[in-house]
Design a protein around this ligand. Sequence first.
Ligand code: SF4
Ligand code: SF4
Length: 400
Amino acid sequence: MFEITKIKLDPKKCHNCGFCRTVSLCPSPKDCIGCFVCVWSCPYEARVPYKHRSDETVVIKIDGTQYEVPKWITLKRALEISGYEIGAFPGEGKVSAPCSLGGCYSCLVEADGRFVRACITPVKEGMEVFTNKESPALRIVHGPAPHSVGGKATPWWIKGDRYIEVAIWTAGCNLRCPQCQNYHVTYDNSTKPISPEKAAYVLTRARKIYRVDRMAVSGGEPTTNRKWLVKLFKELKKLNPDEKARLHLDSNGTLLTKDYIDELIEAGVTDIGVEPKGARLETFMRITGVKDKELASKYQRTQWEALKYLVDQYQEKVFIGVGLPYNRALIGWDELLEVGDKIASIKSDLQVVVLDYFPTFRNRSLVRPSPEEMLKVKEALNAVGLSTVIVQTSAGHFGP
Ligand code: SF4
Ligand code: SF4
């Protein structure tokens, strides 16, 4: 007998919104395999984990060795039980699964001759798995669409009323923000994935259609699938060799290790935005919904180190933008100033875009900050020494 986790529906909380039938689909509707996709993605938190005891097992083969594992689990869990390290950072571990939502395709392994997402694929009797076969680079992508504002690393002086950028949004994220500002993309595990070559082609075509020079990738969190993202920028560079082309990565920065940054810039990235979510760990955990303290601390450290590294190594080569989420229910005034100080100590004229977090997803009780409140935020950040602060408000953007 062993214990596995299964998930049940709490009918009292379910609003019948249909999200789990249309966007974030259950990979094993007949019998739960405890992938947690529905737990993380239900906007009304109507899915509840419970412990279940079972003695059903299956025998599977991984990289030529046989293992007996519980029957109703994911392939990712089976790999873990069999001693395989699962990386929370792209490229870490034997298999890396930073998103575990079925959106980013980082955890592809070969099972019975097909490449499958380990995080949401059920194990089955006799399954033969290879973790060391070269998997295709795939990713669920929304867009492209034109934009008149752009993201954190779109220079403030070009934000305006006309289209300035075309963007795609990648599904999957390593964070679990209760106020995810783009959750229909983040939790999409059902759209057909595409290759980086295809994504680069559609972005380049959109560039031509909308007559812009900037091409952006946002999310979800684009960095969760390193192979796909690096290839995307290489392809974009190949298709857009002119000097005017700008390749923009809009990231939360939590996975941007130094070697990853080097690789992306080598691949062609010209503009990078990172988004430190608070100066204190408890704030980071509140904003991101990451409950594992150690992991949250590593993510937060990586964000700040990424920013410093970008400034130290690449400020002449790359346009750097900082995103700063703001809502007084999520971050106090003192800490906002602390974050401002911290950014100013790295570089006082960095572009800082303050994002007015609005109510959405699970945090429907948030109140969107008024334009007046956002202008006070701007003043306060200017006062701690930041000279290039832009605030996003319901009445438009206000720049330096
Ligand atoms: S996503 Fe949640 S609230 Fe919506 S239908 Fe599914 S269980 Fe119900
Ligand atoms: S989505 Fe995953 S955790 Fe939820 S019911 Fe389906 S198999 Fe179980």
